[in-house]
Write a new protein. Structure first.
Length: 90
């Protein structure tokens, strides 16, 4: 798992704001240090130098929403169709 960043705060809707160390992809699942699923990345915003991400939470536990807690993401890389081929034989 790759660290995303540290929780900065909670929005009024209950979403988590994370200051990103590593930029996650939108739609990636987010986990805490015990590999418990916290939510999904819904939006990435802010300056290029220090972006932030909005995590839509799935769990109502207070322990996963503490500011200063580190969150992680399983790396999901896409190849953007590079191995599909354009050959008639495929």
């Amino acid at each position: 798992m790759e660290p995303i960043g540290i929780i900065q705060g909670i929005t009024s809707e209950g979403n988590i704001i994370v200051k990103c160390e590593n930029l996650p992809n939108i739609g990636n699942a987010v986990y805490d240090s015990t590999e418990h699923r916290v939510g999904i990345v819904r939006r990435v915003f802010g300056p290029v130098d220090s972006p932030c991400a909005t995590i839509e939470t799935e769990d109502e536990r207070r322990s996963c929403r503490q500011p200063g807690k580190k969150l992680y993401c399983k790396v999901r890389r896409s190849n953007n169709g590079k191995k599909q081929g354009r050959n008639r034989r495929n």
